[in-house]
Design a binder for this molecule. Sequence first.
Ligand code: NAG
Ligand code: NAG
Ligand code: NAG
Length: 389
Amino acid sequence: MKLNLPTTLAACAALLPGASATIFYAGVAESSGEFGAWSPTAQVGTGLPGRFGVDYAFISNSGVDIMADKHKVNLFRVAFLLERMCPLSYGLGAKFNETHFDHFKESIDYITKKKGAYAILDPHNYMRYNNPSSQPFSGSVIGNSSDPTAATTAQFGAFWGELAKRFADNEKVIFGLMNEPHDMPSSLNLANLQAAIDGIRKTGAKNLIITPGNSWSGGHYWTKGGAEANSNWIQKLVDPLKNLAVDIHEYLDEDFSGGHLACTQEPAKNLAGVTAWLKENKLKAFITEFGGSNTTACVTMLNDMLDYMSNNEEYIGWTAWAAGPFWGPNSPCCTDQKQYGSLEPGSKAADGGPSLYDTIWLPVISKKVPAKLQWSGPASVNGGELTSR
Ligand SMILES: *[C@@H]1O[C@H](CO)[C@@H](O)[C@H](O)[C@H]1NC(C)=O
Ligand SMILES: *[C@@H]1O[C@H](CO)[C@@H](O)[C@H](O)[C@H]1NC(C)=O
Ligand SMILES: *[C@@H]1O[C@H](CO)[C@@H](O)[C@H](O)[C@H]1NC(C)=O
């Protein structure tokens, strides 16, 4: 065995506390499946059902190829809209638009069967259903009993039961219960999430489930907000199979929105509270949204964040925000609205210059994809065998 400096350092690090920390799953969010439904005048029904391949698409196979084959990532988080899977005329529940579902399944199968990677199903709905025209604020909060037009908690459970049944035979599929619930009572968030878990487990599906928190699932805010704090609620979720992890989002700009170019929010400091809570409750977590621009401060903080996850055993996976076939020159985060493209391989800025794929993914994030990840066996809160690819 050739001993070089890094191996020696790694051997020493193995003796330090927290050194058993392992990332099992790493990759990118695939955002485009939720596209095409936004309206500047909040016109209800805009972009529904939408044209697959024109208004929205889930992945580009070639982009996934580059991510999986060249960058050796094993995790993709694939966004979709509840209003397309369950058209408004059907309502939220177990009746799906089969054409839409088939397109979605084709993408999930490509990732999991063709590439052998893992896929998170991501209903990108902010715990709302019926009007995505002005997301993230439009639409009725699921389970709001004061709103006669709102889908019910039971309907959300039925929806997840049906989706779970359809993917129960694919151990590489991870169920992401909801993207970024916000501005709702934490008790209702908990009730909805529990209904989803119950709906899933009732079908016999054993897949790994990841649960968001209220307040946009923000890591920095997890223990804040008094009685409403996620740290008072999310550990109450019961999964009879104990195959449940927490889904955290964390951006590095001043307001944690991921909208700004400048990074000012130290990840290690801001994640300390949620990490302590995870430890106390013996929970594991994924950070499924994070990002930054290519300023010197952002590059430092992105590296710090990726190192922080590698060094703390509570973190088992991550997906950077975001790749996706429909971004074009637009940026998914961190540019003050400037068009610097996305993490999608081949993406370019509006002026034809380098994209976030060139300036952030290649030199920064891709360098932190662990050499060994899990490539076989069920997605699990305990991880699986680590191999290189
Ligand atoms: C189902 O999806 C297809 C394909 O996107 C679309 O053409 C059709 O109108 C949708 N049906 C409903 C009821 O939304
Ligand atoms: C629930 O619906 C009522 C009636 O439309 C509304 O006033 C209230 O803000 C809603 N609650 C939430 C959390 O959205
Ligand atoms: C950041 O990326 C832009 C292109 O988007 C480039 O012009 C600039 O030089 C880069 N800055 C640094 C610090 O690398």
